[in-house]
Design a protein around this ligand. Structure first.
Ligand code: F6P
Length: 344
């Protein structure tokens, strides 16, 4: 078969491991020709390609980012977009496309399949771990490890100076990274988008901790966390070219308010893109490799319109329609019954 591959949306550790696995199983196991599209859908529309061979993918397993480049944006943004995708598939003699992407790219893949009958298969990726249908996405474990390492380091400087440190982590709609890194790093409080916070309550927890002689605290806040309505004014957020709110900054606001209301010396730290860059953990390399092998096998099974998913110990398939337009939120049992046990 001739199969196209693209990576869309934000980059994520493990993307190259997925591509490498598709290529390895495709070329050696199935005798396929795998073609990479550069810069996501732009590359498909403009036929910017690179041959993906076992040789070309050598050394890529531990490398972060994506050898194919990535973009946000969709062929549906342009009146000619879908026809161009269709023409690329036809003219290049492709049997189908494997789309490795997050909520946005998987929605595009789903629409191309359901409304235009194009042969596409999805592989879910995001460090945010918020895709419905899969127990986990690759990249998440790496992001949690990076955030946990940072929190471990911040504990010692916070303790030396008797400071509160507010660590902002990624998590646009869901607080998976914040909750896991908060548990793993021993945070005093974790603020997530699923559970609007009360800044008075946060300050009260910190005061109680001080009364017990614990003068250093770590507050973890997901970038998408918001205060309870009417409790704290959050400034308007910029919107990028694709209509996404540009997040990042709630940690500064929370740190300012804590400092002002409690008088405790408080500092913000924004981890930002550090969480998405660099080498994937062993766990993510294994998950990404399993997803890649399952994806090329599914292509040979004619499973268009599906995506590969992690279900318990297995890698399985689920319809793309299951994931689209939905968000996988943090399990409240994990947040309230486990993480919150350790809140001050
Ligand atoms: O979806 C993954 C993610 O890392 C989010 O946590 C974050 O809000 C967003 O991407 C940032 O994306 P961009 O690369 O567009 O700034």
């Amino acid at each position: 078969m001739r199969v196209g591959v693209l990576t869309g949306g934000g980059d994520c550790p493990g993307l190259n491991a997925v591509i490498r696995a598709i290529v390895r199983k495709g070329e050696r196991g199935w005798g396929d020709e795998i073609i990479g599209f550069i810069d996501a859908w732009d590359g498909v529309r403009e036929r910017r390609t690179t041959p993906l061979t076992i040789e070309a993918m050598r050394g890529s397993l531990p490398r972060g980012g994506t050898v194919l480049g990535t973009r946000r944006g969709s062929p549906f943004d342009d009146p000619d977009g879908v026809a161009e995708v269709q023409a690329t598939i036809d003219d290049m003699g492709l049997d189908g496309l494997i789309v490795i992407g997050g909520n946005g790219s998987l929605s595009v893949a789903c629409k191309l399949f359901t409304e235009h009958a194009l042969p596409v298969l999805g592989v879910p990726k995001t460090i945010d771990n918020d895709i419905v249908g899969t127990d986990m996405t690759f990249g998440f474990n790496t992001a949690v490890q990076i955030a946990t390492d940072a929190i471990d380091r911040l504990h010692t400087t916070a303790e030396s100076h008797d400071r509160v440190i507010v660590v902002e982590v990624m998590g646009r709609h869901s607080g998976w990274i914040a909750t896991h890194a908060g548990i793993a790093g021993g945070a005093t409080v974790v603020l997530i988008p699923e559970h609007p916070f009360d800044i008075d309550e946060v300050c009260e927890r910190l005061r109680r901790r001080h009364e017990r002689g614990r003068y250093a605290s770590i507050v973890v806040v997901a970038e998408g966390a918001l205060p309870k309505e009417g409790s704290l004014a959050v400034g308007a957020r910029e919107v990028d070219a694709y209509g996404h709110e540009r997040l990042g900054g709630i940690g500064y606001l929370v740190a300012d308010e804590i400092g002002r209301r409690t008088g405790f010396e408080t500092r913000p730290v924004m981890l930002g893109y550090v969480q998405r860059g660099g080498t994937p953990t062993a766990f993510d390399r294994v998950l990404a490799t399993r997803f890649g092998v399952a994806a090329i096998d599914a292509v040979h099974g004619g499973e268009w319109g599906q995506m590969v998913v992690a279900r318990g110990p297995d890698v399985a398939l689920a319809p793309l329609t299951e994931a689209v337009g939905r968000t996988r939120y943090v399990d409240m049992a994990l947040y309230q019954d486990v993480a919150a046990v350790f809140f001050a």
